[in-house]
Design a protein around this ligand. Structure first.
Ligand SMILES: [Zn+2]
Length: 104
């Protein structure tokens, strides 16, 4: 968890126009769309939580909760076009090249 907080892996993308917030966990290899305290697109979440054999969701969902509390979330205000690119890249390729470019 500390590694994630230290390496700025918890990222909130805010749509400049609408204010819609999309949360992304930027992993080493894969990025995930996360709804803090609720849902994540990682395999760990999907397998264990959806099957109902575990009470807590996954590292990313809990991590976001902590990152928010400790104010360690990286907040990026972006144009809708960029956010769309990032979400599509994560959904289709498992990671976002655009997000990596922005964060450097
Ligand atoms: Zn997850």
């Amino acid at each position: 968890m500390l590694e994630g907080l230290r390496n700025k892996r918890f990222v909130s993308l805010i749509d400049k126009e609408s204010g819609v917030v999309i949360n992304v966990f930027k992993g080493l290899k894969n990025d995930y769309l996360v709804s803090p305290c609720r849902l994540c697109t990682c395999t760990d979440f999907l397998i264990h939580f959806v099957q109902g054999n575990r009470r807590y969701p996954c590292y990313h969902v809990i991590g976001f909760y902590i990152a928010y509390k400790e104010q360690k979330v990286v907040v990026l205000e972006l144009d809708r076009g960029l956010i769309k690119d990032i979400v599509l890249e994560i959904a289709l390729q498992g990671f976002s090249r655009t997000l990596r470019k922005i964060l450097g």
